[in-house]
Design a binder for this molecule. Structure first.
Ligand SMILES: [Zn+2]
Length: 89
């Protein structure tokens, strides 16, 4: 029966990866996958990003620029990334 435990945990991991790739909580995806198995993966696919998460500032409005080194957002007037310190062009 050990194979089923491995299978269920694998479902949890796959759900976590799917959920996090869709902007939702990876932990939530893991719980869904472990509890529901393959059905959890399906639910993870249709999960929407959590509304409670703060919206990520976009570079399109010109207020923030994205660091090429760490992918973090830094105010456009900064000379270096406030996340990793890399000099910005
Ligand atoms: Zn950076």
């Amino acid at each position: 029966m050990e194979v089923w435990i491995v299978f269920w945990v694998l479902c949890g991991i796959v759900s976590a990866v799917v959920a996090s790739s869709r902007g939702a909580s990876g932990f939530l995806g893991f719980v869904l996958g472990v509890l529901l198995g393959p059905l959890g993966i399906v639910i993870a696919f249709v999960l929407k990003p959590s509304a409670t998460l703060p919206t990520t500032p976009t570079s399109s409005d010109g207020t923030f620029i994205k660091c090429a080194h760490c992918q973090g957002f830094t105010p456009s007037e900064s000379r270096c990334c406030m996340n990793c310190g890399t000099a910005l062009a």
